[in-house]
Design a protein around this ligand. Sequence first.
Ligand SMILES: [Zn+2]
Length: 133
Amino acid sequence: MAYSIPSDKEVEKALRYVMRRVKGVDSLRKLRKLVIRELQNNDPDYTVGIDRLRKLAVTAPFIKVEIYARKGKKKKSLKGKCPVCGNKLEKTRNETIFGGSVTLGYKCKECPYWTTLKRRIPVRYYFEHKLEE
Ligand SMILES: [Zn+2]
C-alpha cells in the first residue's frame, strides 16, 4: 500500500473541517481517524502520524485542548521538551519569603500542558472546537 504525506496546511485544513463538524472529540485516536477520512477525500493515499497530528492539533488556534494526565515519579527537575507538542518548557516559580524563588513545575508556552515536579504524564486528550478571535 502506498502512502502520501499531506502538508501541514492540508492537515490543518482537514482538522478545521472536522472540528467544525463534530465540535468535540474525546480521543486523539478518534480525531486521527476523522482527519484521515477527511484528507482521503483529496488523496486516497493520504495519512498522518499520530505524533504529528497531536502537535498540530494542540497548537491550532481553533482548538481548545484538555490534557488528562496521570502522575509520574517526582523529580528534582525536568529537562527537555513538552511531551505533548515538543516545544520548550518554561519553569513556573514561586517567590519565597526569603526573597528567592522555588521551582514549582513547568508549563509549555505553545500548548496547555503543565506539570508540577511530580511529572504529569499525558494519557488522554479532549479536543473542542473553538471560535477563532
Ligand atoms: Zn506543549
